[in-house]
Design a protein around this ligand. Structure first.
Ligand SMILES: [Cu+2]
Length: 167
């Protein structure tokens, strides 16, 4: 008899996400709204030096995440940082602290995904099984991964269910 192991239930919306790269010019006089962005967790900001003065990009002490590019010069110099935590990141140029500063606000783009519970299987035959679970969030569609016992999660056969009936 073939044993089917039902393994994994994932919200589709939880595995579909994208990352965005933002570009900011970095020169004397860039501050406030011109140097500020609201982005999602996982997004990257690239600062590009657009004048010939020496600059840096560094966070202030209360910033959620911490970075410091060090001081460098040259039009076209870049510094990039990928934000991985939701929060507020005030930053400045370490050389021109009063004329070059901004805020990168990072928000959480991924909805929370509650694990289903009460996973049960019944009526197992050679080629079918009834399964049930309790949805603990607001999902209306589930991805079901299965294969013979011992398969590697991620390599199994996928089914998508949105009405509780799969034939
Ligand atoms: Cu500067």
């Amino acid at each position: 008899m073939k044993k089917i192991t039902l393994f994994s239930f994932l919200l589709l919306s939880n595995i579909i996400f994208s990352q965005t790269t933002y570009n900011l010019d970095w020169e004397i006089g860039m501050n406030g709204a011109n140097a500020s962005l609201t982005i999602d967790v996982g997004d990257t900001v690239i600062w590009t030096w657009t004048d010939s003065s020496p600059h840096s990009v560094r966070t202030l002490p209360e910033s959620q995440e911490t970075f410091d590019s060090g001081i460098s010069s040259g039009v076209g110099t870049t510094f990039s940082f990928t934000f991985t935590e939701a929060g507020i990141n005030d930053y400045q140029c370490g050389v021109h602290t009063t004329s070059m500063f901004g805020t990168i606000t990072v928000v959480s783009a991924t909805p929370t995904c509650d694990d289903p519970s009460n996973l049960m299987s019944m009526n197992l035959t050679d080629d079918s099984v009834d399964i049930s679970w309790t949805e603990n969030g607001t999902a209306t569609e589930w991805e079901i991964e299965y294969d013979p016992a011992g398969f590697t999660q991620g390599n199994g056969t996928l089914l998508v269910d949105n009405d509780g009936v799969i034939l």
